[in-house]
Design a binder for this molecule. Structure first.
Ligand code: ASP
Length: 438
């Protein structure tokens, strides 16, 4: 037995050493092949003990949603010092929010054009059951109910919008207290900030752990989907990728092209510098990880440091246009695959609101957007319950998340740089030698 111990450790280490991206993709492929084989041999469901591994994965994801939202929003909002939210800050934040909302709209548009879906609904009774859960959404009431009557019950009931609202409020007030001249207030606020910062780091560590387990969870969930539905669902994933990437391209051309034109910024000059952060984001899938490269690009463009040193880290935290597009496409995919129908206008308006907020709450690390997708689904009253058809459809998205994440992160980072460049040019925060002046 003792002879085996080092070997066991070696296998675990070898597993951990492989990039999560590849492991999830392998999980998807293995699960799909196993599912197709099972379907061909007439087996349409897995034994309970195997299904359990998929159930554990969905439960882990649900477990982490609320803590992640609270942590990243409180820390994100309180990191912005009130002194910075002046003329520049307000403009940057507004443009960030508008471009993210446009991202969701483009995503939903792409979804309605390409109609990515896997026909899961046709073959399962679960879909009909779950359909009953969709509440008729009244947008005005939803907006009013963003304000919780009890903070604790919003946490316990996992009311995502209420939790977002209170976390942002808490974070903004905390940032004021942190900047207070009163020594006592400054000290206790800084301690509180550090506590939340630490809690968020812990949550991110848990997410990284869950992602190490994801390949197993995804393999089982995908296997169930393919066993029930056969190989025909694979084409649906290709459609999701196409819809997302066409959406990303349109966003760059229309939204970023438009902003640069409004700011009278030469597109070639901008992209000469933006190219490096774009590629770095594509390969690292992390806005935060790309920050140093984006800052260098801003420096090379001749933007004043006081602007980009504030707006780029803020953008890496709250501005996620690619993630917003992805949310639009994938919510459509999930609803259509599970319920065999598109989204209603009410649901789409809710998704624009939720996904814009979700992109604020999305951490700039690989795969964070997929966790937020689960949150958006919860927000439109369709929580991803273990064992449901929706969980199967969600696992399909997770299987290709790495590919989608590359494109959306590249867009997220380009968006931060575009908005920063525009505001700096408009308000004259450019160095004397700036290439943007030519
Ligand atoms: N990976 C993305 C980023 O870092 C976030 C996401 O998963 O959507 O910007």
């Amino acid at each position: 037995m003792s002879d085996n111990a080092p070997k066991k450790k070696g296998i675990l280490q070898a597993y951990l050493n492989v990039n999560v991206l590849y492991k999830i993709l392998i999980g998807l492929i293995v699960g799909a092949i196993a599912g197709v084989i099972l379907a061909a041999s007439g087996v349409t469901s897995l034994p309970a003990w195997i299904s359990m591994f998929g159930t554990i994965f969905t439960r882990l994801l649900k477990m982490i949603i609320i803590p992640i939202i609270v942590g990243s929003l409180v820390v994100g909002a309180s990191s912005v010092s009130p002194a910075n939210v002046g003329k520049v800050g307000i403009r940057v934040i507004i443009i960030y929010l508008i471009t993210s909302a446009l991202g969701v709209i483009i995503g939903l548009l792409m979804a309605n054009i390409f109609q990515p879906h896997a026909d899961l609904a046709a073959v399962t009774e679960l879909a009909a059951e779950a359909e009953g859960k969709i509440a008729e959404t009244n947008v005005w009431q939803v907006i009013a109910e963003i304000v919780p009557t009890s903070v604790l019950s919003s946490l316990v009931n996992e009311s995502v919008l209420q939790v977002i609202f209170f976390s942002l409020l808490f974070g903004i007030c905390l940032s004021y207290l942190k900047a207070s001249k009163d020594e006592r207030l400054h000290t206790i606020a800084t301690v509180t900030y550090n506590v939340f910062d630490c809690l968020t780091e812990v949550m991110m560590m848990i997410v990284r752990g869950i992602m190490q387990y994801a390949p197993i969870g995804v393999a089982v969930l995908i296997c169930e989907v393919f066993a029930k539905n056969g190989a025909k669902v694979a084409g649906a994933l290709v459609m999701v990728v196409v819809a997302c990437f066409v959406g990303y391209a349109i966003h760059i051309i229309l939204v970023y092209g438009g902003i640069l034109k409004l700011g009278k910024i030469k597109i070639s000059t901008f992209f000469k510098e933006a190219r490096t952060p774009f590629i770095t984001a594509f390969v690292t899938r992390s806005s935060n990880g790309t920050l140093p490269t984006s800052m260098t690009a801003a420096e090379n463009l001749g933007i004043d440091k006081e602007v980009y040193a504030f707006s780029l880290p803020l953008g890496a935290t709250i501005n996620m246009d690619g993630t917003a597009i992805y949310q639009g496409v994938c919510t459509f995919f999930l609803v259509m695959s599970t319920f065999g129908r598109g989204l209603t206008i009410g649901e789409m308006s809710m998704i624009v609101l939720l996904a814009t907020l979700a992109s604020i709450g999305t951490a700039g690390v690989p795969g964070a957007g997929a966790i937020m997708l689960a949150m958006v689904m919860q927000g439109i009253n369709l929580p991803i319950e273990a064992g449901s058809v929706l969980a199967g459809a969600y696992a399909m998205i997770l299987g290709i998340d790495a590919i989608l994440d590359m494109g959306r992160t590249a867009l997220n980072v380009t968006g931060d740089l575009t908005c920063t460049t525009y505001v700096a040019k408009k308000l004259g925060f450019l160095r004397e030698d700036s290439v943007l002046k030519q």
